[in-house]
Ligand binder design. Structure first.
Ligand code: FES
Length: 145
């Protein structure tokens, strides 16, 4: 049912954790299943993503897609990171079962939410970036899950 790459990223997820003083942090949730993903980006002065870490409270497919997404955005420019869509992540994982495609959207939305946070903090506009609909970052500081 799952590709070897999905199983590998689920069992050995890359870049799990947090980044202190991250340039941008995005938290998104899937309203249907209640799964949550938080993405941290460290972006340098040239707009290059130096580091990316995540925490996912969700299903195996969500863990695998977040893990792959972090690998794909590291070293990229902000504009290149915008091209890391859920389709790109799924392709890199050799596909997901149709019922799990929605899980991959969390990774894309979490990257966008983290970039949105970065843009707001730096008072810049990132061309082509829209605020993710499932962004649940506001008022989350004291939240525990
Ligand atoms: Fe919720 Fe996969 S079932 S993200």
């Amino acid at each position: 049912m799952y590709s070897e790459k999905v199983m590998d990223h689920f069992q050995n997820p890359r870049n799990v954790g947090e980044i202190d003083n991250a340039s941008g942090v995005g938290t998104v949730g899937n309203a249907k299943c209640g799964d949550i993903m938080r993405m941290y980006l460290d972006i340098d002065d040239n707009g290059i993503i130096r580091d990316c870490k995540f925490k996912t409270f969700g299903c195996g497919a969500a863990v695998a897609t977040s893990s792959m997404a972090t690998e794909l955005v590291k070293g990229k420019t902000i504009q290149e990171a915008l091209e890391v869509t859920n389709k790109a992540v799924m392709e890199a994982l050799d596909g997901l079962p149709p019922v799990k495609v929605h899980c991959s959207l969390l990774a894309e939305e979490a990257i966008h939410a983290a970039l949105w946070d970065y843009a707001e903090k730096h008072h810049i506009k990132i061309e082509g970036l829209q605020k993710p609909k499932s962004d649940i970052s506001e008022g989350e500081e004291e939240e525990e899950y």
